[in-house]
Design a protein around this ligand. Structure first.
Ligand code: FAD
Length: 307
């Protein structure tokens, strides 16, 4: 199958190649805004984080394909109006193969060659029944193939340190993850996690199968007690009990919660870097301050000072 796209999308570096490079990548994740105020905040954040010179930034795809146009538009604007390298998320929910090819073609037309291929969750209830579009794909693995066949895209996939909530066990989860890599994914980014050992166990499980796909760590600092509940809902993984007790001890003091969130996220990232993680991907929720604080604690002093 060919979309008639150029076999090489000119210009843009490949995120897969960057992640396989000598030094760990640092990247930021944004979501497409729904309101004018949200749009203003996003662009302010992008401008503030641009000076940190991340390796790339990613733009999520709204549940159920709800942000098809804004994801493409924001990704294109990042490519044309900033110095940043954008990557678009793409999900299969509610899309036929023809719809997916259409979005892939639009991304290619905008010069975007980096795509994160995801199955997506049902809109409304992430754990609700997953209904395949009658003319769509069933698993991310098929979407990886579709994108790779469409042109010279660098494709990444999702990984789940604690296993995907729908997976029967870690063995199934690992086997299915490796299938996505063999289908053509060049790298993976994890769901957010709060215990470095969960990441390291995932990395070991995957390596034990002989799969050498680099797995970037997805992280999000806790900035409010509400983040803990939200993170648990989003990731389907329990929040580490010992860490939860530390947050509960300071729960009445918003500032102390935030400081502990920045400190523990930085400490986890530092350990991951010591362990040779190929990259760290910050889920920013379209705000720059917490990400910048963690980054400054991690970055070499001269780099942080220049930012
Ligand atoms: P898959 O890899 O298809 O896996 C889904 C389930 O099916 C797993 O349990 C897996 O083990 C199982 N499975 C896979 N292949 C097979 C097979 N061949 N046979 C049997 N079982 C199989 N969601 C959004 O809506 N928009 C986003 O922008 C977005 N960005 C994300 C970014 C990251 C870094 C991560 C980690 C997640 C993101 N998500 C996003 C959430 C993601 O779409 C959901 O977690 C979704 O439920 C799983 O997607 P997947 O691509 O891992 O699915």
């Amino acid at each position: 199958m060919s979309l008639g796209l150029p076999s090489r999308l000119p210009g843009a570096p490949s995120v897969g190649a960057l992640i396989r490079g000598e030094t760990p990548t640092f990247s930021f994740e944004f979501f497409p805004p729904k309101t004018a105020e949200g749009e203003r905040l996003l662009w302010q954040t992008i401008r503030e984080l641009e000076s940190l010179r991340p390796s790339f930034v990613s733009i999520t795809y709204g549940a159920g394909g709800s942000t098809r146009d804004t994801t493409v538009a924001v990704t294109e604007r990042v490519a044309t109006e900033t110095t940043l390298l954008p990557m678009a998320h793409l999900t299969a929910v509610n899309h036929s193969v023809a719809d997916l090819r259409n979005v892939i073609g639009r991304l290619a037309g905008a010069g975007i060659r980096n795509v994160l291929a995801l199955r997506g969750d049902p809109p409304g209830d992430p754990m609700g029944a997953w209904v395949r579009h009658p003319d769509g794909v069933l698993y991310a693995e098929e979407l990886v193939r579709l994108i790779r066949e469409a042109g010279d895209f660098s494709v990444g996939v999702a990984a789940f340190p604690y296993k995907h909530p729908r997976s029967a066990g870690v063995e199934d989860d690992t086997r299915n993850f490796v299938r996505k890599c063999r289908a053509g994914a060049e790298y993976a980014i994890t769901q957010m996690f709060f215990d470095a050992d969960d990441y390291l166990r995932l990395r070991d499980r995957v390596a034990a199968t002989g799969c050498d796909t680099p797995i970037v760590a997805g992280v999000m600092p806790v900035t409010r007690m509400g983040t803990i509940e939200r993170a648990t809902q989003l990731s389907g993984a329990p929040f580490p009990p010992a860490l939860l007790r530390r947050f509960e001890r300071v729960a009445g003091d918003e500032r102390a919660v935030r400081e502990l969130g920045i400190e523990t996220c930085s400490a986890m990232c530092a350990r991951l870097l010591d362990e040779g993680v190929p990259g760290i991907h910050f889920i920013t929720l379209n705000r720059s301050t917490a990400t910048r604080e963690v980054w400054q604690l991690l970055a070499p002093a001269e780099v942080a000072a220049a930012a």
